[in-house]
Design a protein around this ligand. Sequence first.
Ligand code: NAI
Length: 281
Amino acid sequence: MNNVAVIGGGLMGSGIAEVSARAGHDVIVVESSDAAAKAALGRLEKSLERAEAKGKIESAGSVLQLIRVETDLDAVADREVVVEAIVEDEAAKVALFKRLDDVVKAPDAILASNTSSIPIMKLGVVTSRPTQVIGIHFFNPVPVLQLVELVPSLLTSEETTARSRQWVEGSLGKQAIDCQDRAGFVVNALLIPFILSAIRMFESGFASAEDIDRGLVLGAAHPQGPLALADLIGLDTTKAVAESLYEEFKEPLYAAPPLLQRMVDAGLLGRKTGRGFYTYG
Ligand code: NAI
């Protein structure tokens, strides 16, 4: 499985493209516009230059040579692994999987989604090959974090799961855990209510953002506090994942607090827009 496509070259897609190319795969990234394609390439260049400066790779240029950024989905026809990493929006992902089913010609291609919370079954059943549709959920930042959640739906074949495991562990050098096809899988089902509780605590004036985060860093040895983590994930993505969890389980602990909704409406999305719970320079 040497030919890889990543659909969406944002925060996650560019990371998945990077680790795939660093493993020697030929990678096509598909973005939705020329401007977004340029931004994706910029993200890849910056990250690879950082990896080179830290001595993690020999040459950013030689890894970049393995990556092509396109705006036409037809470019992925010959791919053996396709990882979807577009916005966390069920309608957008459903529309994309329908198109991928038409476009991808390799008969045993794996059609994977990096979704954080949308049931894989919803994406599988809109294709003619749900046995080949699986969740391959990476963590942010992809070049740094080792974990991948493998999420077969009820219709995913054992062969697809085994080949996916072989790709993420054998080729990309990640470590996989197996999850059932439930919104949030393992990590987000635990992490998102924790972040939402921190937002509620801040919103109610219980403590400042800095003190909430310092509390968890110094008192529970977390590498960063929950509000800084929400800024890193992106507040739009945090809200979207909370909504999928709420939709699935109908538990108040998954309900997005009003402050999170207002910040997303205001475009205060965290690091990627320069302001969230903190301001970034
Ligand atoms: P992002 O907003 O940084 O990137 C999404 C990219 O998809 C954008 O560059 C956008 O131009 C592109 N896009 C949108 N529609 C498209 C289409 N139809 N065709 C091609 N490109 C399209 O979002 P991010 O954070 O990278 O998230 C992507 C996916 O990864 C979501 O499903 C999210 O839930 C998941 N995820 C996010 C994590 C995070 O920490 N942000 C962690 C793990 C998974």
